[in-house]
Design a protein around this ligand. Structure first.
Ligand SMILES: [Zn+2]
Length: 241
């Protein structure tokens, strides 16, 4: 049974997980004469640990279909949606790439066909998660486009923050890359703390910033609900870079 091979530690640990003596486990797993096979529940439990989907694949194939695992997002924000969208695009790119290679070769061998189907399943799963995430975000009153406000000035695709660095306590420099492969432009950008909106409860005497004028306050109030959190994004990109 493939799942036992995939289970970390193999049959010994798999049998312990199910609370079965090894001998009984072996009899059931390998359906030795007179033994009941492992139940679906048992296999499901082992697959949760092994990270495999053999049972679902097997049942789906019995019905002439295929199993597409769906990872449902729970708590969504714009950043999460943005990364899901990128992942789905990358996975779609992978399908197209393998397909295009196969077309160039003019022949599809079994292992290539398997690779295409497997890439397709990965893409469908990622795309599903992206669509559900968008629905969830909109239901929460979020704006999925607000995360895309940093766009490439050439092609208007979203840009990602490749790296960022703090050069001064008020200033952060970021290096941006257009996510559109055909464009590929890169940029330097800077984010600067320019005004104090409200005073700190722990003021640093060396920090001297102008107090924001009324016009800035009005603008901030209007924008408060729909502005993405850029610094969060900087932090996130910096830690994943
Ligand atoms: Zn671009």
């Amino acid at each position: 049974m493939a799942v036992i091979g995939a289970y970390p530690g193999g049959r010994l640990f798999a049998s312990a997980d199910l609370g079965m003596p090894l001998k009984k486990f072996d009899n059931q797993a390998y359906e030795n004469a007179g033994s009941r096979p492992l139940t679906d529940k048992h296999i499901h439990r082992l697959e949760q640990v092994a990270g495999t989907t053999f049972l679902a694949d097997y049942v789906a194939s019995m019905y002439g279909g295929m199993f597409v695992p769906l990872n449902l997002p729970e708590n969504m924000d714009n950043i999460d949606l943005y990364s899901r969208s990128l992942k789905a695009s990358a996975k779609r790119g992978k399908v197209d790439q393998i397909m295009s290679q196969a077309l160039d070769d003019g022949i599809i061998e079994k292992h290539k066909a398997d690779a295409i189907i497997s890439a397709l399943i990965n893409y469908m799963s990622a795309r599903y998660a992206e669509v559900i995430a968008t629905i969830q975000l909109l239901q929460q009153g979020g704006d999925p486009l607000s995360n895309y406000y940093l766009v490439c000035p050439h092609c208007r695709s979203s840009v990602r923050i490749r790296t960022s660095e703090g050069t001064h306590i008020f200033l952060r420099i970021a290096y941006l890359q257009c996510t559109n492969e055909a464009c590929g432009a890169t940029f330097r950008a800077q984010f600067e703390i320019t005004h104090e909106m409200s005073p700190s409860g722990m003021p640093n005497p060396t920090v001297k910033l102008p107090v924001a004028p009324v016009s800035i306050r009005r603008f901030a109030m209007k924008k408060d609900n729909d502005q993405p959190d850029l610094l969060d994004q900087l932090d996130m990109e910096a830690t994943t870079a």
